[in-house]
Ligand binder design. Structure first.
Ligand code: SF4
Length: 453
């Protein structure tokens, strides 16, 4: 999902959260109008306003804006709103720094809370959409460390660029947006591209091991060892067990891919925050005589898509003994969610779920191409194994972008012309069809590699 889509989601959740703490005044000024925001906040405090949204303060070069500041018995509770569904360790410094700045500005903060979405909440009853968790004790513990941390960060910001190589810190607590730029300077097959390397990547670098071919064999898992053999030989590796693993894939086959939206604020009956609801599918059907047909469906507008999609999906998969997916757990979860929302088709949907067979582990456990780069995502595997028209020509390049695009098209498309909507729908249909057509070609290629054409 793009950074802008994440920000937009956070804004929507933040605005809704304020309605759960009613009676307040919003500091409704541009986010970078720092001085005016601080002055407006001070005026509301002086006036005895009971709740302030986006109250803003600054001290010693540190600026803090509080999502919700609530007066309770003459003291203040600060509330940080998160669009996540639980308190995360990384949220606590955020709350602690607000507490620090407010107290230094003379605001008597007695309590700090994180207000986040509640996964148990189900539409249409949104009374318990938010959970407020008291994190005062955790924020208090961090207070002693803050003056030193602030000094260190201000000094870092005014200094030269730090000279630190990419490593696990680039992905914790979330992926750094500069990773593409920093990793471009790494040598090919750097240890950070080892399959599931995690923390061990930094340990390898510390030991002076920079590339995958240098790694000692004893430290590698079977998949990592296969990756190393492929890197060393510069060639595709195919294990002898591939033919046996492919026996499960017998026509008639249906190749299935869903695109989903995970709405922070649910809008359809029975849905919870971030349920991955399928709103689009593509099915390529491969008959026993080798002929193929294609079926697809995409939601149009904000209405509940589950019944319409489920009906078409059941028809598209009818007659297929095996339903092929890639990383099938995702498709299985989506089908279960559909079955709960469309009980009249639950039996047929369950039948689709039981016929699902996953092609990903077949590739992961038997095949490695040096261009996989440590990943078995379809976007890495297809270009390496079945070159041809692919994602580089597609306006939508990956699942997160498709999900954000679908959410925008379904719920926030008022500013789009009909032509633009049609063009975006067409791009999404093309993208989803690329995945299932790619699966058909991938299976054919695997069969050729295994000698079972
Ligand atoms: S990707 Fe980000 S965290 Fe990693 S080295 Fe580059 S700037 Fe630092």
């Amino acid at each position: 999902m793009s950074a802008q889509a994440v920000l937009d989601r956070g804004t929507r959740v933040g605005e809704l959260a304020c309605t759960y703490v009613p009676g307040g005044q919003l500091i409704d000024l541009p986010h970078n109008a720092f001085e005016q925001r601080i002055a407006a906040t001070r005026a509301l405090l002086d006036r005895g306003t009971p709740v302030i949204y986006e109250a803003s303060f600054s001290v010693d070069g540190v600026y803090a804006a509080v999502d919700i500041l609530e007066r309770k018995r003459g003291r203040w509770h600060l509330v940080e709103v998160k669009s996540s569904t639980k308190v995360k360790e990384e949220n606590l410094p955020d709350v602690a720094i607000q507490m620090h700045v407010l107290r230094r500005c003379g605001v008597d903060v007695s309590r700090a809370e994180l207000m986040h979405l509640n996964r148990e909440c189900a539409y249409p009853n949104l009374e318990d959409l938010f959970v407020r968790e008291d994190v005062t004790a955790e924020a208090e513990v961090l207070q002693a460390t803050l003056p030193g941390e602030i000094r260190a960060q201000l000094s870092m910001l005014s200094g030269d660029l730090p000279d630190i190589a990419p490593g696990p810190h680039c992905f914790t607590p979330r992926e750094c947006p500069f990773y593409g730029r920093c990793s471009a300077v790494l040598p090919p097959h750097h240890v950070s591209t080892l399959y599931r390397v995690r923390q061990k990547g930094a340990e390898f670098v510390d030991r002076g091991l920079e590339t995958i071919d240098q790694l000692p064999a004893g430290s590698l898992t079977p998949v990592q060892a296969r990756q190393q053999r492929a890197v060393r030989s510069g060639a595709l590796i195919v294990e002898s067990g591939l033919a046996r693993a492919l026996r499960a894939f017998r026509e008639p086959l249906a190749f299935l891919d869903f695109e989903t939206v995970g709405l922070a604020i649910p809008v359809w009956d029975g849905c919870h925050p971030y349920d991955s609801v399928p709103v689009q599918f593509s099915v390529h059907y491969l008959a026993a005589d080798g002929s193929t047909r294609h079926e697809e469906w995409i939601a149009d507008g904000p209405d509940d898509p589950r019944s319409g999609l489920a009906g078409r999906l059941v028809e598209a998969c009818r007659g297929a003994e095996i339903i092929v997916a890639y990383n099938a757990g995702f498709e299985r979860g989506a089908i279960q969610l559909l079955a709960a929302g469309v009980p009249e088709l639950a039996g047929e949907l369950d039948s689709i779920a039981t016929r699902l067979v996953d092609l990903l582990p077949v590739v992961r456990d038997h095949v490695y191409h040096p261009e996989f780069g440590g990943s078995f995502s379809l976007k890495r595997v297809l270009p390496a194994l079945v070159p041809g028209p692919g994602y580089e020509d597609s306006e939508v390049a990956e699942g997160g972008a498709a999900s954000a695009e679908l959410e925008r098209l379904m719920f926030h498309s008022d500013d789009m012309s009909e032509e633009e909507k049609a063009s975006r729908r067409s791009a999404l249909l093309h993208y989803c069809a690329l995945d299932t057509m790619g699966l058909v070609r991938l299976l054919q290629r695997l069969r050729a590699l295994a000698g079972v054409d």
